[in-house]
Design a protein around this ligand. Structure first.
Ligand code: NAD
Length: 285
């Protein structure tokens, strides 16, 4: 506690702040943009970052839920379709205009695929998915890196891949392609930006019961399942921690770790959040 008081005085932190709770907040002063932050994993991360003192910009296409969430956590909301470069550029500019810099990008927006054999693949649908899931990340990294270089922040960029980017047979062909592509993009961006102190990493969740996963089960299994049934199934089949499925908060905490200075020597890394699923698939039967 004493060390924090000295630190706070050196940093010019307001003497009136609650030092006890501030000392446990890990993102004070960080300015963050979260794409796809209106619901699911992105929303849980927006809440966690805001609780930890970050200034958060939520960029999404779900205007109503994004605005309500932003108001409830003291964040800003901006309409942003990540497949449109100009939307992404504006979202990043909003964060910089609001707080004068950008420290963290959580590039999380994505859509699920449709069930289709490769021989019947609808190429327009495939291109639409790639424009969001893959090119959306290119847009986000490009404009976040520009802002971080301009503001001279040693920022952290976190992209969202998936177990489907590591293994075959878990999702649609375009979805798997997009998630594998994100891993290559992340590593190449990490190589270029490391010299400027900007870290670029990925998280790869598996089986997190969100709207995307529940509708994915409907599409791929051809039947309606409740979120509770999906949790049970994922817990039974998707994790070495038997009976346990990841929560959105599990993923949010992993993203926060990569966002903070505690991960200051980690770049070019893919942090898998899957209860061991991709490490030991052979033992899961
Ligand atoms: P979700 O559907 O609950 O949330 C996705 C969010 O992205 C929504 O808020 C949606 O509006 C937004 N979005 C969609 N298209 C957009 C666009 N063009 N521009 C801006 N925002 C857009 O799904 P989720 O499970 O929270 O997924 C978040 C990320 O995690 C996705 O990239 C997804 O592929 C990835 N992921 C999820 C799982 C899982 O099991 N849920 C597993 C691996 C990876």
């Amino acid at each position: 506690m004493f060390a924090y008081v000295v630190y706070a005085m050196e940093q010019g932190v307001d003497k009136n702040v609650d030092l006890q709770s501030s000392s446990t907040k890990r993102m004070i002063g960080k300015v963050v943009v979260i794409t796809g932050g209106a619901r699911g994993i992105g929303a849980a991360t927006a809440k966690l970052f805001a609780e930890n003192g970050a200034s958060v910009v939520i960029a999404d296409v779900l205007d109503e839920s994004g605005t309500v969430l932003a108001e409830s956590i003291g964040a800003r909301y901006v309409h942003c379709d990540v497949s449109k470069e100009s939307d992404v550029e504006l979202a990043i500019q909003l964060a910089v205009a609001w707080k004068g810099k950008l420290d963290v990008l959580f590039s999380n927006a994505g859509i699920g695929g449709t069930a289709s054999s490769i021989v019947d693949l609808d190429m327009e649908q495939a291109k639409h998915l790639i424009s969001i899931n893959l090119l959306g990340n290119v847009h986000a990294i490009k404009h976040a890196a520009r802002a971080m270089l301009r503001c001279d922040t040693k920022g952290s960029i976190i992209c969202t891949s998936s177990s489907a980017g590591i293994m075959g047979g878990l999702a649609s062909h375009p979805y798997s392609l997009s998630k594998a592509g994100i891993l290559g993009l992340m590593r190449t961006a990490a190589c270029e930006l490391g010299v400027h102190g900007i870290r670029v990493n990925c998280i790869s969740p598996h089986g997190v019961p969100t709207d995307m996963l529940v509708s994915g089960y409907r599409i791929f299994r051809g039947k309606e399942m409740t979120p509770e049934q999906v949790v049970k199934l994922v817990g039974e089949q998707g994790s070495l921690l038997r009976g346990k499925a990841a929560t959105v908060e599990d993923v949010a905490r992993a993203a926060m770790f990569l966002a903070t200075d505690g991960a200051g020597f980690i770049t070019g890394h893919n942090l898998v959040i899957d209860g061991g699923y991709t490490s030991a698939i052979g033992s899961l039967s």
